[in-house]
Every structure is written in C-alpha cells, then in structure tokens.
Design a protein around this ligand. Sequence first.
Ligand code: NAD
Length: 474
Amino acid sequence: MNNTGVWDVVVIGSGPGGYAAAFRASDLGKKVLLIDRDEKLGGVCLNRGCIPSKALLHIVKIVNETQHLSKVGVSFGDPKFDIEKIRNHKNKIISQLNSGISQLAKARKVSVLSGKASFVTNSEILVETKEGDEKIKFKHCIIASGSTSSMLPNVPLNHPSILTSKTALDLESVPESLLIIGGGIIGLELGQVYSTLGSSVSVVEYMSSLVPGADDDITKPLIRKLKKQFKSIMLSSKVTNVDVGSEGEVKVSIEKNNEIKERMYEKVLVAVGRKPNTDLLQLENTDVKVNDKGFIVVDEYQKTTVNSIFAIGDIAGNPMLAHKATHEGKVAAEVCAGLPAAMDAKAIPSVVYTDPEIAWVGLTEKEAADKGIPYELGDFPWSASGKAMILNASQGKTKILFEPETKKVLGGAIVGPVAGDLISEVSLALEMGSDVEDLALTVHPHPTLGETVGAAAEVLEGTMTDLFIPQKRK
Ligand code: NAD
C-alpha cells in the first residue's frame, strides 16, 4: 500500500463494529483505512460466529418443525445430513457476505489493508503485512479488534478433540459424544446444532442455571426441550481436569458437591465466555487505559483516555454483542467527524437463537430482585395465542416490566419462535419512553406473535379479553 500521508480515520478490525465505523466515517467525508489481520472482512460475527451459527440453527429449527408435523399428520421420514453440503452452504453464505462488505468498501473508497496492527505511539500504528511492515499515521483511530474465546487453564490448547466456537463452526465432523463446558449462549446454540446432527451432547455449567443472565421462567421452555435433546445437563458443576488420550478420546473430571466424576467424550467444546483482544495491540506504547478485565476504558463518545483514539465493540466492554458494536462504531465515526453523537442507548437486547429462541432487553426480574428495583409485570402466556398454537409454540411467553408510578417500560423478555425479532418492539418502547397504555393501545395484526407484546401490556392494564384474570379486570 502506497501511503505516506496521514489518514483521517484508521479502523482496526473489520467486524460489524469496525466496518460500520469505517463506512460511516467515509460517508461523513473522511479518508478512511480499514485494517484486519484476516483477509476476509466481517470479523468473528460473520466468519466464525453469528452468521455461520445462525445458518446451522436454521437447519435445527426446520428439522424440529418437521418432527412436530409428524404428530399432526405430515411425515417426512428421518432427516439425513450431508455434512459436506451443509458446510458448503454455510461457507457460501459467509463468502457472499464477505464480498458484500468488500464491495461496500470499494464503493465508498474505503481503503482496506490486511495485516496485524499494533500501536507505536498515540498517533501511529505499525501493520505487519505479507509484503512487510508499514507505519501508518492517523488523526483518529477506532479500535474494533474484538475478542477471542476464553480457555480454561486445565484444558489442552489447539488439540483437534478440544473445540472452540470457531472450530465447532468449521463442522469438520459430528462426534458421537460431545461435552460442552459452559451453558451460556454459545454452548446452547452449538449444543442444539450438534445434537440435531446426531451427537450425544452433555453440558456442564458452573452456575445453578443455564443462560444465567435470563429469568428462569423464560429459560424454562428451552430447558424442557434441551432435557429431551441432550444426554445430560450438569448444573452447579465444575470441570477440574481434561486429559486427551492417544486416540484423541477426552477424559473429563467433573466436580459437583465436592464429589468428582470422570467421564469420556469424543470431543469437548469450551464455551466459557470470551476475552478482549487487548494484548495484541501494544497499547503500552500509548496512553490508552485498560481496566483489570482487559477492556479498553471509554467514555460515552467511545473515546479512550487518548483524545484521538476510540474503542468500540467487544474490546470496549460487555455485552459482547454485534449490534452493540455496530451502534458504538457509528457513534465513534460521528464523533470523529465532529457530530454531536454519544452512546446513549437505554438498553441492548440479548438473543439466544436456540429453538425456542430467548430474548430479553432492559431490566430482568432477576436483576430487579438483586437490586431491589420495584416493578409491575404484564405477563402473557402463549397458550392463549392462536398463532402460537398453530406454530406449536404454546409454551412460549411474553412479559414486560413496567415502572410502578409512571407505568413506563423498564424491560421485557420473550421465549418462543422469533423472540429475537419480537423483542425489537419492546426495545423501541423502552427507547421511546413508552408506557403500558402505548403498548396496549397499539393495534397489532391478528393472528401474529407480535400481538403478544400488546397482550402483555393489556394483562397489566386489565383490558385483556383473551384470558380471564378476575383480579385484573377493570
Ligand atoms: P456466556 O457468558 O454466554 O456463557 C458462558 C457460560 O460458561 C456461563 O454460563 C458461565 O457460567 C459458564 N462457565 C464459565 N466458566 C465455567 C467453567 N469453568 N465450567 C463450567 N461453566 C463455566 O459466554 P459464551 O457462550 O462463551 O459467549 C461469549 C460471548 O459471545 C458472550 O458475551 C455472548 O453474549 C456472545 N455471543 C452472543 C451470541 C448471540 O447474541 N446469540 C451468540 C454467541 C455468543
């Protein structure tokens, strides 16, 4: 790359945060350089995270639906999986999206450089490329270099029998038995993929519940399903040791209530969280401050402790979610361009794309109980929804938490098909400062699952007619 000048904006990392930041800065008239150590743009989300996992989970959902249909008079026979074709299908989606990002960069005249970036000073980076090292000067730099899977100290690294979310999504083979360490979002999403493809899946979770961040009534329908799909779910349990034998078989020691049991698995997937990629950046050559968890410290403008350096996405703190990164990326780009932007989102929605899906935004009942926050609840069981019944989803539910005085939306949670899409209405209500009446009086189309959001508000209002709740009638 022939560059001797000073770039207006250099973005390190081309994930959903980084490319959004680069494109927004370019649209605002800035001369932008986008750098990634991976030649394929799109970061973890596109290449080895959200997109491939959702492509596989779509297959899980269809298989589950056909199984339900056999109970209502339509049979298809047992599914047969051609792993190579499934892998190619997933990879094709990834490469179409990769080239989409490259085309968008080209159309905007955003320059792209492949190489590993690290800081030399507060205004200069070094990029190690295949062609050699390049020093690059910038007016503004946006760090969007993401996170990597955390590993456990007693688990061997880089062994083919030990999977991370990245290698699990490569879908090299379907093991007969798979232990997943960590019953969080990645563990359950990939567990359902492998169990549908034929693995006998077990999960070991350190905490006393799966998806510990979500309320128990919301995870309940998912757990009920997983209990049928998985061989075992071990809660309040800790993996104390992992040994890989000469044939690649894995011996795992699992401790519960001070008792240790040993189990054998063909493969083990470690899904115990992610850590920010701060250590690759040589931030010690700058005045950028990193906190004790390894996240770069930023303010509401996504600015680090150096005025010209910004950080967004996973590297700038939890929650590590693509949509948070995108939002922050746009804020950082706009601040670089002198616009009065700030990260002031009231809440970031979370979605677990299992079958059934789980989604929540804002205050949960767990958090309200922990912090002593008062709330009123509008709770609508999907057993009263015609659309849910048609979709075999009557175990689902929609609940919304309201502030007792003002009746403004504080948060909400949904379990059932497309919960991740439905939660957006609750997010909008929260963002707009809507109250229970706004939701209850919004006309929702019938029959849809979207109706359940209005219905949850009607339950609290006492105007619900699809349920009989004597004490709530007004
Ligand atoms: P997570 O934090 O969701 O779950 C990790 C789980 O592992 C937790 O439940 C934790 O209690 C458990 N755990 C930790 N140490 C353990 C141990 N030693 N033994 C047993 N259990 C242990 O993390 P993840 O599932 O790895 O996901 C990483 C990040 O990626 C998260 O921030 C997540 O939000 C994000 N992500 C999001 C999506 C999505 O939006 N659908 C999908 C995948 C990942």
